[in-house]
Design a protein around this ligand. Structure first.
Ligand code: TXA
Ligand code: MG
Length: 324
């Protein structure tokens, strides 16, 4: 029996909203996205409005099959198909020269577009049922914690037309974003797919400069909880009472004395850290007993690089722009 299961009625409702120019929150394997028809500039404008996102920060376009890809990009490059073959569906976004059918609002006026095929059946089904590629940033208010459950979306974006609930996302941090250069690839945002994973296919380009224009939206401050958040180290850890402090813990080494602890892995698995990080941040943000949040740092290799990138951006506002 190879028959496809019946499409969930909620996917049909969501697809009808997308077709009519509305905005729908959808699960992906990384984080929830706030989606609209990528080819409809008015629908895409509502994403920016709902998220309160500045117009200079371009969106990722989500596709469900390779035919979609061919209509969205120009300057066919064999390496794109190699990467797609290896990593799609999955958490890899490729920044590619865009075709004219993509409205400027999606790409903030850039001549390139970020494209990925998510590894989530609900998202893929939604894209196919909508009959269009779906532009979707993470479904959080600009600058705040990314959502890994439907509840996180509801909390931050109560005005979204519809939330398609697909449970908790399993990867938990956003896709790796890369671009291709003449001599190889470069990473514009770190994620679960690491530099080493991609190096098995092509060289990492250390030479070509990445200017601000080719990588917009990479701000120093991002993912910030609404209460103080710091990476736990000897300089930041309070020496006495920690009863009002929450710790996002990984190794177990720092847990003593904290009011509350969320241990993200019992087996020191960095994938579990990534999967649980935003959920733990949301949970402490919502917890009235907690007034300051700490997160345990990890070694900066492999997935640890993507985790530390999120922690540094989340603490930036609280560490440098606000006195705790
Ligand atoms: O996992 C993900 O990528 C999630 C899910 C929903 O797919 N989406 C996501 O989107 O993280 P967002 O909007 O939060 O981050 C998109 C980032 C932008 O901030 C920008 O840095 C980069 O993607 N980006 C998009 N288009 C680009 C382009 N043409 N050139 C360079 N960077 C681009
Ligand atoms: Mg985001």
């Amino acid at each position: 029996m190879n028959e496809k299961p019946m499409r969930s009625p909620n996917i049909q409702i969501a697809a009808d909203i997308i077709k009519a120019g509305g905005v729908v929150a959808m699960p992906t394997e990384t984080v929830y996205g706030l989606g609209a028809n990528a080819l409809n500039p008015i629908a895409v404008a509502r994403i920016f409005e709902l998220k309160q996102r500045p117009s200079f920060d371009p969106l990722i376009v989500h596709i469900a099959d390779m035919d979609n890809l061919n209509s969205l990009m120009v300057n066919l490059d064999e390496r794109v198909y190699m990467l797609a073959e290896r990593f799609w569906p999955g958490p890899l976004t490729m920044v590619l020269p865009k075709s004219d059918i993509i409205p400027d609002i999606v790409t903030s006026g850039l001549s390139t577009v970020g494209i990925r095929m998510p590894a989530n059946d609900i998202a893929l089904d939604l894209i196919l049922s909508s009959g269009c590629p779906i532009a979707a940033p993470s479904a959080n208010r600009f600058g705040h914690i990314s959502p890994t459950t439907a509840e996180h979306v509801r909390k931050q974006l109560p005005d979204v037309d519809f939330i398609l609930d697909g449970g908790s996302t399993n990867i938990g941090i956003e896709s790796t974003i890369i671009r291709l250069t003449d001599i190889g690839f470069q990473i514009l945002r770190k994620g679960i797919i690491t530099k080493e994973d991609i190096e098995s296919l092509m060289p990492y380009d250390l030479q070509t400069r990445i200017d601000k224009l080719s990588s917009p939206g990479q701000l120093k401050s991002h993912y910030s909880p609404r209460k103080p958040f710091l990476i736990a180290d000897t300089a930041t850890l309070p020496s006495k009472s920690k009863s009002n402090a929450g710790l996002i813990s990984f190794s177990g080494a720092l847990e003593e004395g904290f009011g509350k602890v969320i241990r993200l892995s019992q087996t020191s698995d960095l994938k579990e850290y990534a999967a649980g990080l935003f959920g733990a941040m949301h949970s402490f943000e919502d917890d009235p007993d907690i007034s300051i949040i700490f997160a345990e740092p990890v070694l900066e290799t492999g997935i640890g690089l993507a985790i530390m990138d999120r922690l540094r951006k989340a603490e930036f506002y609280w560490k440098y722009e606000h006195s705790i």
